[in-house]
Design a protein around this ligand. Structure first.
Ligand code: PGA
Length: 256
């Protein structure tokens, strides 16, 4: 298998699910797992922000991710959570998830501000991008993706970009039970790797993990992780059930 750094990220995005007790129960179980044979399999969990303080003490083998931050650093922004409030709790932050773009109308300009805050505070952004069905059906998905990246991550310099994680999440595959197939994933991941190489050079571009997300589960994880240029999975629905998520971790652990 060809993989740039032979390492996989498996990231759970719980979205707006689980009570605090359920979150603690999940973290307790994951820490008792013995399946982390490989230190090359990195597990991160993104619970609702309100649970971060409660689960902090249980993180052990896994890292913590915030699902969102405000694009402002502080001030009169009712209901928002700033990066300063999260920087001692998480190592990574999801930026640009399609649900944030769709339901909260987040624009590339706001995503750029959020990325700037991540860089400033030295927290790794997991930048999500991906086309809608209309772009795929009209065969403009690659240029749409290129624009999404140009308007955001390509405003940064080589060193800053090489400290980001990218996640290809075709909108039509998220929460639909219909994942992109291996050929579709390969086409986009190879394309993104090529743009990165052109933009920041070979050695920096090869350091950037490109994850796939969109209806990943224990049935398709192995096939997807074997695709060239796939460096991990961003898992939504299938990460909510502990036993199901454990199977995905075991698959990645075996392959890494
Ligand atoms: P899904 O969500 O696995 O439920 O499709 C993935 C995501 O939104 O990150």
């Amino acid at each position: 298998m060809f993989n740039y750094f032979n390492m996989f990220y498996i990231i759970a995005n719980w979205k707006m699910n689980k009570t605090q007790d359920e979150a603690i129960d999940f973290f307790t179980k994951i820490n008792s797992l013995n399946c982390f044979k490989s230190s090359l399999c990195k597990i991160l969990i993104s619970p609702p922000i309100i649970h971060l303080s409660a689960v902090e003490q249980y993180i052990g083998k896994v890292g913590l991710v915030a699902q969102n931050i405000s694009c402002k650093e502080s001030g009169a922004y009712t209901g928002e959570t700033s990066i300063n409030m999260l920087s001692s709790k998480v190592s990574h932050i999801l930026i640009g998830h399609s649900e944030r773009r769709k339901y909260f109308h987040e624009t590339s300009l706001q995503l750029l501000e959020k990325l700037q805050l991540c860089i400033k505070k030295k927290i790794i952004p997991i930048f999500c991008f991906g086309e809608k069905l209309i772009h795929r059906d009209s065969n403009v998905f690659l240029s749409y993706i290129k624009d999404q990246l140009s308007e955001t991550i390509f405003s940064f310099d080589k060193h800053e970009i090489s400290n980001m994680i990218l996640a290809y999440e075709p909108v039509w595959a998220i929460g639909t039970g219909k994942n992109a197939n291996a050929a579709q994933i390969k086409e986009v991941h190879d394309f993104v790797r090529e743009i990165l190489i052109k933009k920041i050079g070979h050695s920096s571009a090869l350091k950037i993990p490109i994850l796939y997300g969109g209806s990943c589960n224990s049935n398709n994880a192995q096939t997807i992780l074997k695709v060239d240029n796939v460096n991990g999975l961003l898992v939504g629905g299938a990460s909510l059930d502990f036993d199901h998520f454990r199977k995905i971790i075991e698959i990645a652990d075996d392959l890494s």
